[in-house]
Design a binder for this molecule. Structure first.
Ligand SMILES: Cc1cc2nc3c(=O)[nH]c(=O)nc-3n(C[C@H](O)[C@H](O)[C@H](O)COP(=O)(O)OP(=O)(O)OC[C@H]3O[C@@H](n4cnc5c(N)ncnc54)[C@H](O)[C@@H]3O)c2cc1C
Length: 337
């Protein structure tokens, strides 16, 4: 867990809270790959808030950590009341929504609404390091008035000759903007093939948006993409509800309890095995000492062929009882920069 404080906050595109955080100590800050996400919580008075996941918007090369949250429920509304200097805890990084420089050649990013956030980190980084890979972003938003990061995306287009963005508006009027490709339609198979028509192979598609949006493109792409590794998706759905103020998630708790149960189970099985083995050894020792004193071959045979379990068992329980007390038995992820 990393300790950060609020450096800046602003509302962009109507209902998006842009939160910029700085590390309390320069030496203790999260290292991540562009496209990954973090779990964050803050304090309401002295009480910690619940923990929620947000894709990191900033590039790993930036000094500050940035998140963009669509203001909706209790968590994001309370986040708007944070003051400059307030503490924010950051856990992570998490996720595999990242580029593989060896594998990914031609990149198509498909974003729906606030699902643009992980792409912002990747695009900022790509522009900074002058990444020499063609990137096309197809970005779907409800209304032209609410396109988070529109100006910045057009600036990336100007600075990065490998990058092109197309905006798709689903509701309301569309007003042409100089140098911006903006149309009123949903992203469909045709729009996908248009951006990739001169790319012969090795196209990797990254999809991030609402569940229905993501599933729609998974279905469309399953018809044209042979290798499932070439379709990478991010889901903004929280798998488990994290309890207020708790630093233990449900999966962590489940894993810990399972590990404990396995440990005790193994110990129990070992004790039972020992309890069975010890009397046998004692019995064999007793039998051999009897044999050594006996001259009769019959009695010798009977001690080996006839199980001496009855008497031995009787001894074993007391032997076991007596002997029981003595029978005990990531990833730090490196920065890309
Ligand atoms: C990997 C990942 C990355 C994300 N990145 C971003 C991002 O960059 N920007 C952004 O705005 N959002 C992002 N989200 C979604 C974000 O975590 C939740 O939507 C956010 O917590 C909602 O906050 P809220 O204030 O609207 O509602 P809350 O007050 O947090 O919750 C209201 C109710 O909705 C439930 N709930 C909260 N979040 C989810 C969820 N994701 N799925 C299902 N039920 C939920 C809660 O249990 C509660 O019952 C991401 C989610 C994930 C899993």
């Amino acid at each position: 867990m990393y300790k950060y404080t609020v450096k800046e906050k602003s509302i962009i595109s109507g209902d998006i809270l842009l939160l910029t955080l700085q590390p309390e100590k320069i030496s203790e800050q999260i290292r991540f790959y562009p496209g990954q996400y973090a779990a964050i919580s803050y304090y309401l008075g002295s009480r910690p808030s619940p923990t929620r996941c947000f894709s990191i918007v900033s590039s790993p090369r930036e000094k500050y950590l940035q998140f963009a949250m669509r203001i909706g429920g209790a968590f994001t509304q309370a986040a708007t009341t944070l003051e400059i200097g307030d503490r924010v805890d950051v856990d992570g990084p998490f996720g595999q929504f990242t580029l593989d420089p060896e594998f990914d050649d031609n990149l198509v990013f498909i974003a729906g609404g606030i699902g643009v956030t992980p792409f912002m980190s990747i695009l900022r980084y790509a522009t900074e390091i002058r990444l020499n890979k063609p990137i096309r972003l197809l970005y779907s938003c409800r209304s032209q008035d609410h396109i988070p990061f529109m100006a910045e995306l057009l600036e990336h287009e100007r600075q990065n000759p490998n990058f092109k963005v197309a905006f798709f508006i689903t509701d309301g009027q569309v007003t042409p903007i100089a140098d911006a490709q903006i149309t009123k339609q949903t992203i469909n198979e045709e729009s996908l093939s248009l951006v990739t028509n001169n790319w012969s192979k090795n196209i990797t598609y990254f999809i991030c948006g609402p569940t229905g949006f993501r599933k729609n493109f998974e279905t469309i792409l399953s018809k044209v993409v042979d290798d499932p590794d070439r379709v990478v998706t991010e889901s903004f759905t929280q798998a488990t509800k994290l309890s207020i103020g708790s630093k233990f998630s449900l999966p962590t708790l489940t894993y810990s309890l399972t590990a404990l149960a396995l440990l005790f189970g193994t110990g129990f099985i070992m004790s039972v095995d020992l309890a069975r083995a010890v009397p046998k050894i004692l019995n064999e020792q007793a039998a051999s000492s009897q044999n050594s004193t006996s001259t009769s071959p019959t009695s010798s045979n009977s001690s080996t062929s006839t199980p001496t379990s009855t008497s031995t068992n009787g001894n074993s329980s007391s032997a076991t009882t007596n002997s029981a007390p003595t029978q005990t038995y990531s990833q730090p992820i490196t920065s890309v920069s």
